[in-house]
Ligand binder design. Sequence first.
Ligand SMILES: Nc1ncnc2c1ncn2[C@@H]1O[C@H](COP(=O)(O)OP(=O)(O)OP(=O)(O)O)[C@@H](O)[C@H]1O
Length: 353
Amino acid sequence: MSLTCDIVHGYDDFRLTAQFQLGRGITAVFGPSGAGKTTLLNAISGTLQPDQGTISFQQSTLFDAASKTHLPLHKRRIGRVFQKAMLFPHLSVRQNLTYGGGSPEAVARITGVLGISHLLDRRPATLSGGEQQRVAIGRAVLAGSELLLMDEPLSSLDMARKAEILPYFRKIHLETQVPILYVSHDLEEIKQLADDLIILEAGQVLHHGPIFDSFQNAELVRLLGHSGAGSFVTARLMCHHPDGLSELQLSQTTILLPQVDAPLGTSIRLQINLSDVILSLEAPQMLSALNAMPVEVTNIHLGTGPGAIVTLRSGADVVLARITKRSLAAMGLVVGTKCYAVVKSMAIAPGRS
Ligand SMILES: Nc1ncnc2c1ncn2[C@@H]1O[C@H](COP(=O)(O)OP(=O)(O)OP(=O)(O)O)[C@@H](O)[C@H]1O
């Protein structure tokens, strides 16, 4: 385990209670404003001493309230990237990158991964926001960090810049194998990037688990929102039809999608949103939606409102559908009912094919 955190910290009317063990990949921390995300990162990085508990990283104790251990920031080997790049304006990109350390070989390797090798002699003011943020990531890595804390690093950028930078977090992780704790309240960003998800609400860790299990967990729909939740299925690209549709094989059925631009045989991860699924007791005919998967109901989650989240299984694939309680009753759906999930649309989950 890379980081073990078991802390309690209180302000006047707020209390953070966080107990988790971080995986070795990219873990997203998602939560509404005021949930305690920054407080958590401050405790891990060392700018805040929690009231109680312990934080350890690999073999070292970073914080232990009982023995009054509080390792100072510069001894923690933890890098942090903030919303704003916060580069030194009077230093060149190269000087900014090596401010905390980094051999010439490491600079060449990391700037190559981040696509900023050609910017080394420039001043930060001459860089775009996205380039500045890539330099900030490089600086954190080159300082020898063994854990990277990312505090909403894309939130001050526009959509185009976000899309430009997002893949670099994965590249940096693959290159350095450094675990990343990534705070964001953008679910699309999290879906594309993270391996694991921590959901923080009102100072409590409400969930910690693998990303795809999290998004297809009916119990979590309240926290992730209806537009965010949904399921992921993995499909293999089988053939392209002359009318522009591509045929993909799921574990028990085939589906058709508009032209999928990938070599035949490629494994592709598809995302199906809750509200894009309609249920039918009989095999639908004469329907404009192309894909009807035979499924079995495995769970029904009743919310407090008029809706219900139905979890369905088709072989190894899980699909979630949001229907009304009225439809649930009218169709007589119970765990074990066999029916058809008509999927109105599916999106290819970017970066996760
Ligand atoms: N120094 C402080 N003194 C008193 N209260 C604080 C202090 N820092 C944070 N808080 C309170 O603790 C709670 C959690 O704040 P925190 O900044 O950790 O939340 P967050 O999840 O990072 O929010 P956001 O997404 O808006 O950045 C909030 O209610 C905040 O007002």
